[in-house]
Design a protein around this ligand. Structure first.
Ligand SMILES: NC(=O)C1=CN([C@@H]2O[C@H](COP(=O)(O)OP(=O)(O)OC[C@H]3O[C@@H](n4cnc5c(N)ncnc54)[C@H](O)[C@@H]3O)[C@@H](O)[C@H]2O)C=CC1
Ligand SMILES: O=C([O-])CC(=O)C(=O)O
Length: 313
């Protein structure tokens, strides 16, 4: 038997896709295929070649190719979908729904045909609804259709807490559940620093400010960039999820999963705590919530449902 490298396809070679491709290669998680539309074939090839030419300097042996043909993606172990338009200042993620639903559907038709065994991770926004669209188009088992929101939202939350206390980000444990919108739910009661609950370390009004900044964290970056949205932390989040699957790490990470009764939600894609390992979403972890936390999650679920209704037509 010959052992082969993992094959990871990243669809969309824009800010998030290109950054993800480079980070995947730097970690040698597999060979990377970067796919964009035919009109952008040469720039996509150019980006991939430029990244590959960094490999002797940085010392990684992952191959990276740019293409507009899904033939090159055939048989991928993981497919990451970043294709679509990004918001600009003044827009909400939900404003992208109609355009990106069409793009995600067309991408998933190709993925279904060429990568029937892949674990598919969706980034395109509004991501809860786009994960629904991907699932409808792919028809894959639910453990193989995974949306990215919570790793990023929790990373922002953890960053702000570490800044507040002037401590290592590595010692901050905190999780954000719910939809990837301004009513997402950072779980203060389950947040700790070095094992100490943050409510014992940070005054309530500062915690409230951190929660609010987390909820609007994507918009904060959009406002600063002026012409697009975040990509370094989103790419890092996609890489962590990919690593969890390819190395069967069984990480406990918040991901967008199909809920079928968990938390009382039926047939809803939304961010919850999951075990992410060699078989994708191996388990949904349902945690006990206070009535206030559950009400906040219900509100977020309602927002997600309303966007999914738009794509259902
Ligand atoms: N879920 C999350 O946490 C996050 C989601 N996003 C979303 O990810 C998406 C991508 O963001 P960026 O990379 O910054 O945008 P971008 O505009 O830099 O790149 C998007 C790329 O997708 C390509 N594309 C469009 N249609 C395609 C198709 N049919 N097939 C293949 N490629 C296609 C475009 O040509 C472009 O290169 C946006 O929808 C954005 O809102 C971004 C950050 C975080
Ligand atoms: O804010 C956006 O449009 C992109 C995104 O989802 C994020 O950075 O959280």
């Amino acid at each position: 038997m010959t052992i082969r490298r993992n094959k990871i396809t990243v669809v969309g070679a824009g800010f998030t896709g290109a950054t993800t491709a480079l980070m995947l290669a730097q970690k040698e998680l597999g060979d990377v295929v970067l796919v964009d539309i035919p009109q952008l074939e040469n720039p996509t090839k150019g980006k991939a070649l430029d990244m590959l030419e960094a490999s002797p300097v940085q010392g990684f042996d992952s191959n990276i190719v740019g293409t507009s043909s899904y033939e090159d993606a055939a048989g991928s172990d993981i497919v990451i979908i970043t294709a679509g338009i990004a918001r600009k200042p003044g827009m909400s993620r939900d404003d992208l729904v109609s355009t990106n639903a069409g793009i995600v559907k067309s991408v998933c038709e190709q993925v279904k045909e060429k990568c029937p065994n892949a674990y598919v991770i969706i980034l395109s926004n509004p991501v809860d609804a786009m994960t629904y669209v991907a699932n409808e188009t792919l028809g894959f088992p639910k453990n193989r259709v995974i949306g990215q929101s919570g790793v990023l939202d929790s990373a922002r939350y953890r960053t702000f807490i570490a800044q507040e206390l002037n401590v290592s980000v590595e010692d901050v444990v905190g999780v954000v559940l719910g939809g990837h919108g301004d009513d997402m739910v950072p779980l203060v009661r389950y947040t700790s620093v070095g094992g100490v609950p943050i409510e014992k370390l940070i005054p309530k009004e500062r915690i409230d400010a951190i929660v609010q900044r987390t909820r609007t964290g994507g918009g904060e970056i959009v406002g600063l960039l002026g012409n697009g949205s975040a990509y370094y932390a989103p790419a890092a989040s996609l890489v962590q999820m990919t690593e969890a699957i390819l190395k069967d790490k069984k990480r406990i990470l918040p991901t967008i999963a199909l809920l079928q009764g968990e938390y009382g939600y039926e047939n809803l894609f939304m961010g919850v705590l999951t075990v992410l390992g060699g078989d994708g979403i191996e388990k949904i972890i349902e945690i006990e919530l206070t009535p206030e936390e559950k009400a906040a999650l219900d509100k977020s679920a309602e927002s997600v449902r309303n966007v999914i209704k738009i794509v259902q037509g």
